[in-house]
Write a protein of this length. Structure first.
Length: 210
């Protein structure tokens, strides 16, 4: 398995491509509609687009990737309305209103398993930054795609309309119980070992209690 990371868009959002040995895989949070990005992925077969949540900087490349790769968009049902609504995905407050094609697959449960090109990935709905935020885990490879839930030295915003400090606290308590040897690939910033983040995790949980 190979993971390719790209920093894209005005908010420097991380886009990830996960490939198996036969060059088939999926893309996490395509963050640009610039056709130059298509050159980077032109030889990759990407049947799936995974959106960790519905904010504009994580979905703005959905359309161009879907149209060129015939990809199916996967997002949690709680954030699915954001795809097609610039007000809900907050792009109404930026220089460009973003709309994505509607979801092909909506995740309906708090957690479940996605079989992506023959490999099982667990998803967990961890609200706080948005209602439908998910993390995507591979328990064999010890990988987490965390979206905007956690970063190397901070956590996602909870002050947006769909945010919740109470739900973020609960989500962080879930993260606290995961094995420390997982590598985390966040929506912004550098990847990091979960064990390193756990050194400061209790601080954020305490802050959310106040």
């Amino acid at each position: 398995m190979q993971i390719f990371g790209y920093v894209l868009g005005e908010l420097f959002t991380n886009t990830y491509v996960v490939l198996t040995d036969n060059n088939i895989g999926f893309i996490v949070d395509p963050a640009t509609d610039d056709e130059k990005f298509l050159e980077e992925i032109k030889d990759m077969e990407l049947p799936y687009i995974i959106n960790t949540h519905g904010h504009f900087d994580h979905i703005c490349g959905n359309g161009i990737v879907k149209n060129t790769k015939a990809s199916r968009i996967i997002i949690h049902k709680n954030d699915a309305p954001m795809l097609t609504d610039p007000e809900l995905n907050y792009s109404i407050f930026t220089t460009k209103r973003v709309t994505s094609p509607a979801a092909d697959i909506t995740l309906d449960s708090l957690e479940g398993v996605l079989n992506l090109n023959g490999i099982n990935w667990k998803y967990v709905n961890l609200a706080g930054h948005s209602e439908g935020s998910i993390i995507l885990l591979n328990e064999v490879e010890k990988i987490i795609f965390s979206g905007d839930l956690i970063f190397s030295n901070s956590i996602g915003r909870v002050d947006l309309p769909a945010g919740s400090s109470k739900k973020m606290k609960k989500s962080l308590q879930f993260i606290e119980k995961l094995p420390s040897d997982f590598m985390v690939y966040p929506g912004h910033g550098e990847s990091f070992l979960l064990g390193d983040f756990k050194k400061i995790l209790k601080y954020f949980i305490q802050e959310l209690e106040e």
